[in-house]
Every structure is written in C-alpha cells, then in structure tokens.
Design a protein around this ligand. Structure first.
Ligand SMILES: Cc1cc2nc3c(=O)[nH]c(=O)nc-3n(C[C@H](O)[C@H](O)[C@H](O)COP(=O)(O)OP(=O)(O)OC[C@H]3O[C@@H](n4cnc5c(N)ncnc54)[C@H](O)[C@@H]3O)c2cc1C
Ligand code: SF4
Length: 517
C-alpha cells in the first residue's frame, strides 16, 4: 500500500496560519465575512458551504493539522497528538466515562470509523412533536445526497470486510437479526484496520482530506493550533472571535456577517458561556450513546488487523431495545487491554490474539447530563447512565455473547465488575442478563455526543432558535450536535454534517439577501 505522490491535505500552505509559529509578541488580526470555530464534521462542512456561496471564511481550529504522511500506527502517538486530553477527558458522575474526541484539523473525523447514517425519520418526528424543531425532511435528503456523493459513501467492499465483521454477519443472519456491512466515507478502503490512528492513504474521507482542503481551495483560510477564547459581541451582534495561538500570540478575527460555532457538543457550551451567552438551557440536556464492548476468543483465525475498522452492524434492536450492535477491530494495544487475567493466564490469551474478535453496542441512553463551566481549561462533564440504560447495556452484552457462542467462542470476556473474568458457555449468559445495575461495574466509552446547547423555538427552554442562531444574539450561529434535542440511536456524523449543510445554506442565503438590501 504505497502512498500516492500527492495527497489532498498537501499544498495548501498559503491558506494556513499555523498558531505554533505566530510571533508571540505580536497580535495577529484578519477579517472575513464569516468565522467558523472548529474544523470537524460540522465546521468543515459549514466553511465549505459558505465558500461555495462566495463568502470569505476564516476557520479557527484548536488542534494541529496532522497530515496523512505524518500518521503513525502507534495508538500512543494518536492519543497524544490528535485526541483531546490524550484520551483522558471523562464524564464524571456515579462513574467515570471516557469521552473521546479528536482535537486536530478534521476534529473527530480524523480518528473515527467513517460510518455514515442519515438521521432516522422517527427521530425527526420526535424532534418536531416533542421539541417544536421541524426540519424539512425533503431538503435534508438533498443535503445527504450531496454529502454521499462528495464523500464517496459506499458499503464496505467484501474483500476488505475482514473476518471480525464477516463472522458477526453470519451469526446475525442465523438468528434472523437485521444486519449489514457498514456504509462509510470510503474512497477505496484498503482494510488496514487503523481508522483510529488516521487513514494511511487518505482513503477514509474525513474532513482534513475533504471539506477543509476544498474550502481552502475556494479561498478560505485556516488558523490551526489556535484556541478560541470567546466570540466578540458588539451589543447583541457577533462581530468576531478572540483566540490564543499555541505560541502565545493573540489572534483576533473580525467577522463581517457572522460567527459559526462548530466546536462540538462538549466545547461549544463553554465557548458560548465565555462569549456572554446566558441561558437556563446552556450546558443542560447533554446526552450520548455510551457504548459497551466485549472481546471473545473464537478458536479460529479472526485476524483483526485486517479489514475495515468497523465493517458490520445490526440495527435490529434500535427501536425496540434502544441499542445498535457493531463490530470493531482493535489495534493490538487496545485488544490486549480487553483481555482478562494476569501472568501466565494473560500470556496464554495474548499468544492467541489472532483468534480474538471484538463487538460492541451503542446504547441510545435516556440519561441527561450537564456540561459545567470550564475549570482550569477543562470542560466539566457530569453524566451517569440511568438504571434503565444499564439494563439496556446488559441486554446488549447478553445478545453479543449469544452471537459469540454461536460462532464457537471458547471464552467471552464480559469486562463487568462482579462477573467471572471469562464466560465459558451459553449457560453463563444469564450472568450477563442478571448483571449488576450499578453503572460503575461496566466499562463504558462515549464517542457520540449531543445536546447542551439545544435547539428550540423558545428562548426559555433552548439556546439556539430554529434558524440555528443563538436566541437574542444576532449573527451568532451553532451548527454542531450540541443543538440536537436528543440522541439518535445511530452514528451521528452524517446527521451532523447534513444539518450543518442545511444550516449554512440558510445562513448564506439570508446573508446574500441582507447584503443586497
Ligand atoms: C473514535 C471515534 C469514532 C467515531 N466513529 C464514528 C463513526 O464511524 N460514524 C459517526 O457517525 N460518528 C463517529 N464518531 C462521532 C463523530 O466523529 C462526531 O460525532 C463528529 O465528528 C462530531 O462533529 P463536530 O463537528 O460536532 O465535532 P468534532 O468533529 O469533534 O470537531 C470539533 C472541532 O472543534 C475544535 N474546537 C473545540 N473547541 C475549540 C475552540 N475553543 N477553539 C477552536 N477550535 C475548537 C476541536 O479541536 C475539534 O477539532 C466517532 C467519534 C470518535 C471519537
Ligand atoms: S480501515 Fe480503511 S478507511 Fe480505515 S484507516 Fe484503514 S484503509 Fe483507511
């Protein structure tokens, strides 16, 4: 798998202001029609859409631009360079839940698995009926179609599906569960199984190799390693942003027409708070898809290091039980962490790493948390899965264990405190069904994050109005998943991008009208 001579994230130096090299003792200023905060799924799409409508755009990104040629296979390396707080960002509640997010150009899309799911119709109806958020399904459909084309959304090819996913699909089929190979942003995935570490040949169509360079090609400028402190307001109007470059330089970007906040569910609330936005709903109603996973020894070759990182899924239980099952191929460092035991026991398991499969479930949890005020530079996240969420996780893990034993597993590793380290037969599955209801007993991780700057028609119960503008703050827009009234039950990136495209198209049209008036 040799790298192409030129990659899409190369050759844009003239459009990049690198915050690590800005002179510390000199303020940096510039002016644009729009300033976009964040270059992840939502920010990159918004910036690109606005440039397509002919506006000048300045993007500000807290993290560095890690180019395709600089990616390494090491998990340590990606955690230290591209993941917020080196992966140590946690929600604190009754338990600690790691909340993984990218902090680099491309945001979380640099490290994610590229799974594409449109917002389900039942969720749109829920938003309309319960929250007064009536998004036009037809228009959104056209945005999703455009994203599909731009980002080469396709089903994982059979030759790079990998055994981890193939076995999962076989077992789901036998039990009559609806299951399929994933649809992903994929320009010829080579099955390296390392989406988390960054795609080695830019096959994964993340933002740092697509909408960011495409926006730069249309004249946008990106300010990397620059953290936005606050949006500057003149009266009730957003007129620019103030950021601090990593070198220490002060960066002031004026925005003639508006500021688009796309810093993600966890960072957006504090950007707004620091900018003077005061709303009872700000920081509240944070929700997620906490996920639980399981490893198993299948007694036959699985070879997780080959295949699309996440190749197969089942939404069979999405509506009825509120969980979605997925395969996930883990790099050896993380797969070993799933193995129980110590000493010879652990060594025995490690020596058969090639026979290990890992599957997981995303829970459409009902829990709501709070993003508190930023303390010492960290966003304080309070979140605890409810007892009902834990029941769902138990059912999901029991279902995965059944599939593993159907596939001939010799051992299944539940990773639940209070249960045996390894389950040996289907008789043990009842231990999962009757597992503890204390969320501390489970190993959760959350990567799908929503809410905390909710959209709604009323300023008393929401932060952002239905045109994506912060209530009472002219020209200040939010386009990331912090505006989502609920979680989705499916992977969020496509929904986030579809809404960001819809939002920024509306913003551009209104700006054109007001400039013309
Ligand atoms: C490991 C992993 C796997 C995932 N897999 C999938 C998947 O396969 N499919 C899917 O649909 N979803 C997946 N997700 C979730 C998906 O990536 C996110 O939901 C999506 O990227 C969120 O988009 P966003 O624009 O809100 O935030 P992000 O993409 O996280 O981007 C936000 C950006 O804003 C920047 N920022 C924050 N604060 C500031 C500030 N003050 N100043 C300047 N910049 C700032 C951040 O550094 C970051 O780059 C995954 C996530 C992770 C972590
Ligand atoms: S699995 Fe495919 S998309 Fe993911 S990093 Fe490897 S080649 Fe890229």
């Amino acid at each position: 798998m040799s790298q192409p001579e030129t990659l899409p994230d190369e050759g844009h130096d003239a459009q990049v202001v690198d915050g690590t090299t800005l002179p510390k003792d000199r303020d940096f200023t510039d002016e644009f029609d729009f300033v976009v905060i964040g270059s992840g799924a939502s920010g990159a799409v918004a910036a690109h859409t606005l440039t397509e409508h002919g506006f000048s755009v300045g993007i500000v990104e807290e993290g560095p631009w890690i180019k395709t040629r600089e990616m390494s296979t090491g998990v340590d390396d990606v955690f230290s360079r591209a993941i917020r707080n080196r992966g140590m960002q946690v929600a604190e509640g009754k338990t600690f839940i790691p909340m993984l997010q990218g902090r680099a150009v491309g945001g979380s899309t640099l490290i994610n698995s590229a799974i594409a799911w449109r917002i389900p119709g039942d969720v749109l109806h829920e938003w309309k009926n319960d929250f007064g958020v009536d998004l036009p399904e037809g228009e959104l459909g056209a945005h999703f179609d455009a994203l599909d084309r731009d980002l080469s959304v396709r089903t994982v090819a059979d030759d790079v599906l990998g055994e981890n996913s193939r076995i999962f699909l076989e077992q789901c089929k036998k039990r009559g569960y609806e299951a399929a190979a994933m649809k992903r942003y994929d320009l010829g995935c080579e099955g390296s199984g390392r989406c988390l570490q960054g795609c080695p040949n830019a096959r994964k169509q993340g933002m740092s190799v697509t909408y960011v360079p495409w926006a730069l090609a249309k004249g946008a400028r990106i300010h990397t390693s620059c953290k936005v402190d606050r949006v500057e307001m003149t009266g009730s109007r957003a007129t620019g942003v103030l950021a601090r470059a990593e070198s220490g330089a002060k960066v002031r970007l004026r925005a003639r027409l508006g500021v688009i906040v796309a810093a993600s569910t966890l960072q957006t609330p504090n950007v707004l708070y620091r900018s003077g936005v005061r709303s009872k709903a700000l920081g509240r109603h944070f929700c997620a898809h906490p996920s639980v996973g399981m490893g198993a020894a299948l007694g036959r070759r699985v070879h997780m290091s080959f295949g699309a990182t996440q190749g197969a899924e089942s939404i069979h239980f999405r509506k009825t039980e509120r969980f979605k099952m997925e395969t996930i191929s883990m790099p050896p460092e993380l797969a070993v962490a799933r193995m129980p035991g110590v000493g010879r026991d652990l060594l025995r398991r490690m020596s058969r790493l090639d026979e290990v499969a890992v599957w997981a479930a995303q829970i459409r949890a009902r829990a709501e948390g709070v993003i508190g005020r930023n303390i010492f530079g960290h966003d304080k996240i309070s979140y605890t899965p409810t007892e009902d969420d834990v029941r769902i996780a138990r059912r999901a893990l029991a279902t995965l264990a059944e599939l593993f034993f159907d596939a001939g597993a010799t051992e299944v590793w539940p990773g639940i405190h209070g249960l045996p380290l390894a389950l040996k037969s289907t008789d043990d599955i009842r231990l999962l069904r009757e597992g503890p209801l204390d969320p501390r007993a489970y190993s959760w991780v959350a990567t799908h994050l929503f809410g905390a700057a909710r959209m709604g028609p009323s300023a008393s119960s929401s932060v952002v109005d239905t045109s994506f503008q912060v209530h009472g703050a002219e020209g200040l827009f939010v386009v990331d998943s912090s505006i989502f009234p609920t979680n989705l039950g499916v992977n969020p990136q496509h929904s986030i991008m579809g809404l960001a495209r819809h939002a920024s198209t509306g913003i551009a049209r209104r700006a054109k009208r007001s400039v013309a008036a």
